[in-house]
Design a protein around this ligand. Structure first.
Ligand code: HGY
Ligand code: MN
Ligand code: MN
Length: 414
């Protein structure tokens, strides 16, 4: 059976993992940062070396297109993911899907495979959403879920404007997002969770992805002296935040479903040891595969926040940062993933994605699905993020087979 070039894929993953490391050694390639530019530049060089036609769209999505003569008028098979990272990231999240896609294209070209439709590799801007919300922004804009000018005007957590930053790093492209409507989209990604490893599977045929709700909560109290102010007279914003954070965590922990709740970012003002906090600002990330249950969690949080002023004297304001409903992927492509895994005798199971992905957005415009490989100890968004090399190669080979099926008649293989 055809196989990708393992050394080339693993070497590129190692090279990309070193690009954008901060002086303290942490990997931080936030969207549209200079570190992101360096990663983008490396990717574009690899795409050019592979002989692909490069396109950058207005939200900075990068495309490498292989359109043999006579097929360029047909809608492409699209494969890809993202190369921006979270803070203190691992080496594989997103990058594995982009470099796995490049490896598949190069393997097919070297094998003399002639696709019956173009194959387009995509690296989407700002999948992580850490600097600019919402996450999956580049693919959301590409799929028509967010106006490109509205996205370019987004102000980041650091006060910068996305459009200006993309221009500064040289990735404010001119091509209109959505210029290619894929016939299918397939994303290779690490699972970022414990299921595949725990149950002894190598391949996850992802048939659905859970809903995501991101909010920013601002609680305003009154600064006062930590020593002279009786507890009964305080309007302590941090105390109000602590009560809320405990409430939303307990709500998810005590639910009988797979709901999850995370407060990942928090700021206290004036942030001084002897001043009762006047302000607490924190983010709330709620997720559930079931839209009804996700809405119930949102409603419970809203009700709790309505009662907070009475309880703590804090004033409450909430800003919605992102809201995506659960997505079901395309049954035909999911089955192709399962059949490809079976042909390669790779243990495979269907599963839900706990994490958000670009496939969730592209599914709005094209039949889409994902291929997962196991994360060691289920760890991700962490420098310890790792996947066995044999599993990285196995996942890329399954992507190779599925792309062959999608880009030609099923029996035509290299
Ligand atoms: O938040 C997520 O699930 C993704 O990593 N952006
Ligand atoms: Mn990712
Ligand atoms: Mn991620």
């Amino acid at each position: 059976m055809a196989t990708i070039n393992p050394e080339r894929l693993l070497r590129r993953l190692r090279v990309l993992a070193e690009i954008g490391r901060a002086p303290d050694g942490r990997l931080v390639r936030l969207a549209a940062s200079y570190a992101d530019k360096l990663g983008r530049d490396a990717l574009v060089a690899w795409l050019q070396n592979a002989g692909l036609d490069i396109k950058i769209d207005r939200i900075g999505n990068i495309f490498g297109i292989w359109a043999p003569k006579g097929v360029d008028e047909r809608s492409p098979v699209m494969i890809g993911s993202h190369i921006d990272t979270v803070i203190d990231a691992g080496a594989l999240d997103g990058c594995y899907g982009v470099l796995g896609a490049l490896e598949v294209v190069e393997t097919l070209r070297e094998a003399g495979f002639v696709p019956r439709r173009p194959i387009a590799l995509a690296a989407f801007t700002n999948e992580e959403g850490v600097r600019y919300a919402p996450d999956m922004m580049g693919s959301l804009v590409y799929a028509g879920g967010l106006d490109v000018d509205e996205a370019l005007a987004k102000v980041g957590v650091d006060g910068t404007v996305l459009g200006e930053e993309l221009a500064r790093i040289g990735y404010a492209g001119s091509t209109e997002p959505g210029f290619l409507v894929p016939s299918a989209y397939v994303e290779l990604h690490i699972e970022q969770g414990p299921i595949l490893e725990h149950e002894g599977y190598v391949i996850g045929a992802v048939d659905n992805l859970q809903g995501i709700s991101w909010q920013k909560v601002t609680l305003d109290g009154v600064a006062n002296h930590a020593g002279t102010t009786p507890m009964s007279m305080r309007r302590d914003a941090c105390y109000a935040a602590a009560l809320t954070i405990a409430f939303i965590n307990d709500l998810a922990r005590n639910s009988d479903s797979s709901s999850v709740a995370t407060v990942g970012s928090m700021r206290i003002e004036p942030n001084a040891i002897n001043v009762i906090p006047s302000r607490a600002v924190f983010t709330v990330d709620l997720r559930d595969p079931d839209e009804r249950r996700l809405r119930m969690m949102e409603d419970a949080l809203a009700a709790y926040l309505r009662g907070l002023p009475m309880k703590t004297g804090a004033r409450v304001s909430v800003e919605r940062l992102a809201r995506f409903e659960p997505v079901r992927f395309d049954e035909r492509i999911v089955r192709m993933v399962e059949q490809a895994a079976a042909r390669r005798r790779l243990p495979c199971r269907r599963m839900t994605s706990g994490a958000g992905h670009d496939a969730q957005m592209i599914a709005r415009m094209a039949p889409s699905a994902m291929i997962f490989t196991p994360s060691i100890a289920g760890v991700s968004h962490n420098p310890e993020e790792a996947t066995a090399e044999v599993d990285l190669v196995a996942g890329a080979n399954v992507l190779l087979d599925v792309v062959c099926d999608l880009a030609s008649d099923a029996e035509a293989r290299p």
